[in-house]
Design a protein around this ligand. Structure first.
Ligand code: FES
Length: 150
């Protein structure tokens, strides 16, 4: 279809025919019904909407679909399954990280990105994760990142 934007999401090809400037987060949640990525602030500050674009953590609330043509996107739904959790998801369960849970998909996506870049992240590396958690689960996030790095 002319003007359609091709995106690969969790390994599947999609054609976006709606508004080209639709933010990726809206496309994921409202069009594809992939609701694991959350809307927190909508202005790139909180990280609740974090996904991976070409393997790197990005805040999807600020990314227009038109900027992502031909790129490969992974959401929280694409990194593991209930019966086959990603090592970071497993560590999150073992450390019982979430309180309300709202920010945690974004936290996990940011942590997966960090651990890809640094297999043994230091406290300073972990402190560079800037996703906000209103419940203050940061100490458990740190423990879970350390556990996943083992
Ligand atoms: Fe995207 Fe807050 S919703 S950074």
């Amino acid at each position: 279809k002319p003007g359609a934007i091709e995106l690969t999401i969790n390994g599947e090809l999609f054609l976006h025919t709606g508004a080209p400037d639709m933010p990726l987060l809206w496309y994921l949640r409202d069009v594809l019904r992939l609701t694991g990525s959350k809307y927190g602030c909508g202005v790139g500050q909180c990280g609740a909407c974090t996904v991976h674009v070409e393997g790197k953590a990005q805040r999807s609330c600020l990314l227009p679909v038109s900027a992502l043509a031909g790129q490969s996107i992974t959401t929280i739904e694409g990194i593991g399954a209930a019966d086959d959790l990603h090592a970071v998801q497993q560590a999150w369960m073992e450390e019982d990280v979430p309180q309300c849970g709202y920010c945690q998909a974004g936290q996990i996506m940011a942590a997966v990105d960090l651990l890809k870049r640094k297999a043994q992240p230091s406290d300073a590396d972990i402190a560079q994760l800037t996703n906000i958690c209103r419940c203050g689960t940061y100490p458990r996030i740190r423990k879970a990142v350390r556990r996943a790095a083992q």
